[in-house]
Design a protein around this ligand. Structure first.
Ligand code: OAD
Length: 253
């Protein structure tokens, strides 16, 4: 892959790196993105019917069942070379964090340590009434299942439209954006706020902004470098170039 030598030089010097990822980084693992015109989740399902608190109030069974099928799918997928390259990069810099909009848990599965899951995690569940995590519940046929504490419905611990993001995760993601030398925006359409504000915040605070995506986004005009391509191909090549690795080294670590 042809990588700009100026970019590689700047990345070699970077001590503090912050990352935002979106559905695109998991696409090569087999998780559909949201806004692809054909295969996108929101091309085939209406978010107003499935991904809002009102949708859950109106039809909790439908929403729970839909997320259950997504959870089953996400339980079968595995990290791809893009996730692994980020985990490898983290080991080699002083300060590093990933803010991910993804709920699939694949960054941690790939070995990334500092991950802020700003849209939650589909593998966790919480009480719709009390908003507390629920680890287990009675298998009594209720769909959705009931909270063992208050009897209210259980919902997936993901952020729905109109909901506030997890405050600590978002605060940590903002601090990382404000303090980094380099900000990487990877595999996101950069249109859903507040997540989409993070790269802009970093750039305004002086960071070098790099975007990795096969397609341009509203962020592209602000990026110092736009690396056009799939993250599962671009990221391993970038890590190899920045750390003077031959592909074998990376595989061996
Ligand atoms: P989108 O579906 O909006 O955007 C996915 C992005 O990934 C697009 O810009 C694609 O061009 C890019 N892409 C596709 N394949 C790629 C690959 N192999 N490598 C790199 N990039 C690739 O997904 P998000 O930006 O994550 O929120 O969407 C943001 C939020 O909107 C989601 O977290 C979700 C959704 O509605 C909620 O459900 C609250």
């Amino acid at each position: 892959m042809n990588l700009d030598s100026m970019l590689v030089q700047q990345l070699k010097q970077a001590r503090r790196i912050a990352v935002l990822t979106g559905a695109g980084i998991s696409a090569e693992s087999g998780v559909p993105t949201f806004r692809d015109a054909q295969t996108g989740v929101w091309a085939n399902f209406d978010p107003d019917e499935l991904a809002t608190p009102d949708a859950f109030r109106r039809n909790p069974e439908r929403v729970w069942t839909w997320y259950q099928s997504r959870r089953d799918m996400m339980s079968r997928v595995r990290p791809n070379p893009g996730h692994f390259a980020l985990a490898e990069w983290e080991k080699r810099v002083d300060a590093w964090s990933i803010a991910t909009q993804n709920i699939d848990g694949l960054h941690r599965m790939a070995g990334s340590q500092r991950v802020y899951e700003i849209h939650g995690n589909i593998h966790r569940s919480k009480c719709f009434v009390e908003n507390t995590l629920v680890e287990s519940w009675a298998n009594d046929g209720s769909v959705p299942p009931r909270c063992p504490h208050c009897g209210g419905f259980i919902r997936p611990d993901v952020v729905w439209f109109g909901e506030i993001l997890p405050q600590q995760e978002m605060a940590d993601a903002q601090e990382a954006a404000l303090r980094c030398d380099v900000y990487l925006s990877i595999g996101t359409s950069a249109i859903v706020y507040p997540a989409a504000g993070l790269p802009i915040m970093a750039k305004q605070a002086g960071a070098l902004l790099i975007e990795i995506n096969p397609d341009e986004t509203p962020l592209t005009v602000a990026a110092d470098f736009f690396l056009k391509g799939k993250s599962g191909e671009v990221l391993p090549a970038l890590v190899d170039a920045v750390f003077d690795l031959v592909p074998m080294d990376r595989a061996a670590n």
